[in-house]
Ligand binder design. Structure first.
Ligand code: DOR
Length: 438
């Protein structure tokens, strides 16, 4: 019989069954054997003292980039999953924009095998919606779901042709998996490198208007209505998008959506001046930080307010990181040349916890958005610390303060625009299937 692990006296917050209180949790093999007020320890138990810490279901990330196969200089399944575990995640869904693209059963199966061999947590694959994500021919969706794909996306790019999207959503209705779209009308975002606003004007950078996202969100809502397929809007970033999604949900459209930590906490002002409280409209030494270049771009404070409101009222279903690690070569260059993307899986929880400290969202909402929110898509077996379930558990010290230092990230991607920030709250242990990985 394997050794038992006893987590003592932590504050368990399990939104799936609305539990919140001080409990002992006993883990045997890979499952939760018992949860009760007090469990008598014995000398064979490995003990974790969780007093003054919160104990929550291991987080789930519906959207991250692990870069393997093909761009191992940016990230690998091994480094990406270690970084995810450091951020408190026990399940991540990997986007298919790799080289080769995850667009066929053999390629998807090789990612699954690689994940089992080198990943320290669970990796669930998202398959490409179209061959090579070129937007022309749908992938073999039935075969890919059979091989384990949890959804389809051409992320990094939109599924552009409305007829292809209609067909993808038709299959989604039959397969009961989402089509995850990166909504961007390229004729509107053309050459844009940041949000279109007075900041882009000030910096002389071409902008991406909100309507580039919103017009495709509208199209996708209409196509979901037409087909009954499940549309999942990736990384929503604008007020207009959440208004459209809120209305669509009221009308019963089969739609879900996610928001990223950076769109919830940062604005485009950071590209002008890292100290966003500085109201000077002047270009400074820290302007044009390519680490803040991301697609969709960081928007304005009124968009951020709308995103927070939409998270609170349930319009936004979950927080997903869109962890996008890049190498120095991709980021140490001009703003226009730099790659889009932020490495954030290790800072995700703590960066959003600032919103809890500011009373903008509740702690329960934050935990829900990282557990039962994404479990709406993956299934109720995930994100729930019930007796008998797999022991995927995260322990967090809400009082610990730490300084973000990308050089210490386990991710190969050091591209964090919050480098140097002081964050409150730290993941102290991540347990995956009963094993301590962090
Ligand atoms: O900023 C982004 N980076 N947005 C995306 O949609 C793709 C991602 C990447 O793959 O680097």
């Amino acid at each position: 019989m394997s050794k038992k692990l006893l987590i003592q006296q932590g504050k368990l917050i399990n939104p799936a069954n609305k539990t919140a209180g001080i409990f002992d949790i006993l883990i045997q093999d890979n499952k939760i054997k018992e949860i009760s007020n007090f469990i008598e320890p014995n000398e064979t138990f490995e003990i974790i003292d969780a007093r003054n810490k919160i104990v929550v279901p291991g987080f789930i990330d519906l959207h991250c980039h692990l870069r393997e196969p093909g761009q191992e200089f940016k990230e690998t399944v091994a480094t990406g999953t270690m970084a995810a575990a450091a951020g408190g995640f026990t399940t991540v869904c990997a986007m298919p924009n790799t080289f080769p693209t995850i667009d066929s059963k053999p390629i998807l199966e090789s990612l699954t095998n690689l994940s089992k061999a080198t990943g320290v947590i669970r990796v669930l694959p998202i398959a490409a919606a179209t061959i090579k994500s070129e937007g022309k021919t749908l992938t073999e969706m039935f075969e890919l779901v059979d091989a384990g794909a949890i959804g389809f996306s051409d992320d990094g790019k939109p599924i552009y042709d409305p007829f292809i999207m209609r067909q993808a959503l038709n299959f989604s209705a039959q397969l009961k998996v989402p089509i995850i779209n990166h909504c961007e009308v390229l004729e509107l975002s053309k050459n844009g490198v940041m949000n279109e606003s007075w900041v882009s004007t000030q910096l002389g950078l071409p902008g991406i208007p909100n309507s580039a996202e919103e017009s495709m969100v509208s199209r996708d809502i209409l196509l979901s209505k037409l087909t009954g397929g499940h549309i999942h809007i990736a990384h929503v970033s604008t007020s207009g998008s959440v208004n459209l999604i809120r209305q669509a949900k009221k009308e019963g459209v089969n739609i879900t959506c996610e928001v990223t930590p950076h769109h919830l906490t940062l604005t485009d002002r950071i590209i002008l001046n890292k100290d966003v409280s500085n109201q000077d409209f002047v270009i400074s030494n820290d302007s044009y930080d390519t680490r803040a270049k991301v697609n969709p771009p960081l928007r304005t404070s009124s968009d951020v307010e709308s995103l927070i409101e939409a998270l609170n009222d349930g319009t936004i279903d979950m927080i997903a990181t869109d962890h996008a690690p890049h190498s120095d070569v991709d980021k140490i260059c001009t703003f226009s040349e730099a790659a889009f993307g932020i490495s954030n899986i290790e800072t995700a929880f703590s960066s959003i916890y600032q919103l809890v400290l500011n009373n903008q969202i509740s702690l329960t909402k934050l935990i829900e958005s990282l557990t039962i929110g994404p479990a709406k898509i993956l299934g109720p077996q995930y994100g729930n610390l019930d007796q008998g379930n797999l022991a995927d558990i995260t322990i967090i010290d809400l009082n610990e303060q730490w300084k973000v230092n990308p050089a210490e990230f386990l991710s190969k991607g050091k591209n964090s625009p919050i480098d140097g920030s002081i964050l409150t709250s730290k993941v102290v242990k991540t347990i995956y299937q009963g094993k301590i990985v962090i």
